[in-house]
Design a protein around this ligand. Structure first.
Ligand SMILES: *Cc1c(COP(=O)(O)O)cnc(C)c1O
Length: 415
């Protein structure tokens, strides 16, 4: 707690946020709790140093210890995913994607990617993102009946639009992604392949989801979602692309690398090789599948009938609620989730009719199948009576007593 001492105004809000994180439950699929070691590095004196360049070739003096840290992070990331080269400097997953575009594309080139309304990410060519302005973006979706990617259809679109870059990876796709087939499609149409594993990186690292390594020339990720590290991004690629990607990240897009974050990444990549992490990743999937099945038992419609990974989508149509209304009711009960278009329906985020639920954060807190059953019961109760104050207050109290038994790993309240 002394981390935030010195400025009462900020400290108070940080402490209030810590209490919120403890006393409510986050089922936001992209959120997690970083380890004490990661948090410590993120708050370390490394924030004081400018280190523009890459290890061994910096623009400033005094970078030798930072070189050691960045080399550790790079080598550990390559070892974790079995890739030839890595750049660990991207400030975020979005910047990692931009850097790949800058290396692999020229303005006006065509990209083909998972549609945002079907679970894709806006940095893959949405009109409101720079990628959609600089590049000619075509999108593929999921089969509305099964909720699955239809690889024959994607191949047909790829043959028609002939993309320079074929992007796979999503933010709201509850099923396994076949990176090998995406690789074959890219090769057939002469495209470069990018796998954006921002959401599922931790599952891939633990071997509970197939890896894109060897199937896509480029891999981008965040480090703070299932991977459970500091907030940031990273890129993996072939050795022959090393110079191009380093130059694209900086000076192409970024200024000075965030060494305190890179140290946190080095720690996170080591943590991800432990048996404890593999156990966590397996439990993330078990919890998501348990939550999906329990919600269906409660009469809610789970899109695609379940999940293979860390997230699921509830189609709220049967409840009469929009995604935004469902999210607000759950929040009033201490359950944080986010609205999400139901894939295959033509909905966008503004008109979302679903909510996305993910289990990485609750799993890090140590919750298991029993807690998922209990949460499913609370979710169903709230969505059945979203306007009833007593229902919401009762659920909020029960959720609070359920989750305060499972504090996040960094909690000073544990002592
Ligand atoms: C979260 C996400 C990103 C962006 O990550 P930020 O660190 O928030 O910029 C990129 N791609 C996908 C698929 C994501 O889910």
């Amino acid at each position: 707690m002394d981390r935030v001492s010195g400025d009462p105004a900020t400290s108070e809000a940080v402490l209030a946020e810590m209490r919120r994180q403890h006393e409510t439950v986050t089922l936001i699929a992209s959120e997690n709790y970083a380890s004490p070691a990661v948090l410590e590095s993120a708050g370390s004196i490394l924030t004081n140093k400018y280190v523009d360049g890459v290890p061994g070739a910096r623009e400033y003096m005094g970078c030798e210890h930072c070189d050691t840290i960045e080399r550790l992070a790079r080598d550990r990331l390559c070892a974790l995913f079995g890739t030839e080269y890595a750049n660990v400097q991207p400030y975020s997953g979005s910047v990692a994607n931009l850097a790949v575009y800058l290396s692999a594309l020229r303005p006006g080139d065509r990209i083909l990617s998972h549609a945002t309304g079907d679970g894709g990410h806006h940095t893959h060519g949405s009109p409101d993102h720079i990628s959609g302005r600089l590049y000619d973006a075509a999108r593929y979706g999921v089969d509305p009946e099964t909720g699955l990617l239809d690889y024959a259809e994607i191949a047909a679109i790829a043959r028609r639009v002939r993309p320079h870059l074929l992007i796979c990876g999503a933010s709201a796709y509850p099923r396994t992604i076949d990176f090998a087939i995406f690789g074959e499609i890219a090769e057939e149409v002469g495209a470069t392949g990018l796998a954006d594993i921002a959401h599922i990186a931790g599952l891939i690292a633990a071997g509970v989801h197939p890896s894109p390594a060897g199937h896509q020339e480029w891999i981008t990720t965040t480090t703070h979602k299932t991977l459970r590290g500091p907030r940031g991004g990273a890129i993996m690629c072939l050795k022959e692309d090393a110079g191009a990607i380093d130059a694209a990240v900086a000076p192409g897009i970024q200024g000075g690398p965030l060494m305190h974050t890179i140290a946190g990444k080095a720690i996170c990549f080591a943590e991800a090789r432990t048996e404890e992490f593999r156990h966590y990743a397996r439990q993330v999937v078990t919890n998501a599948q348990t939550l999906a099945a329990a919600l269906e038992t409660e009469g809610l419609a789970v899109f695609s009938g379940g999940t293979d990974n860390h997230l699921l989508i509830v189609d709220c149509e049967g409840t009469g609620l929009s995604g935004h209304a469902a999210e607000a009711a759950l929040f009033a009960a201490g359950i944080c989730a986010d609205h999400c278009p139901v894939p295959g329906t033509g909905q966008e985020y503004a008109t979302a009719g679903g909510i996305r639920l993910g289990t990485p954060a609750v799993t890090t807190r140590g919750m298991g199948e029993g807690e998922m059953q209990a949460l499913a019961g609370h979710i169903a109760t709230v969505l059945a009576r979203p306007d009833d104050r007593d229902t919401l207050a009762g659920a909020r109290e029960e959720v609070r007593s359920l989750v305060t038994g499972f504090l996040p790993p960094e909690s000073p309240l544990k002592d």
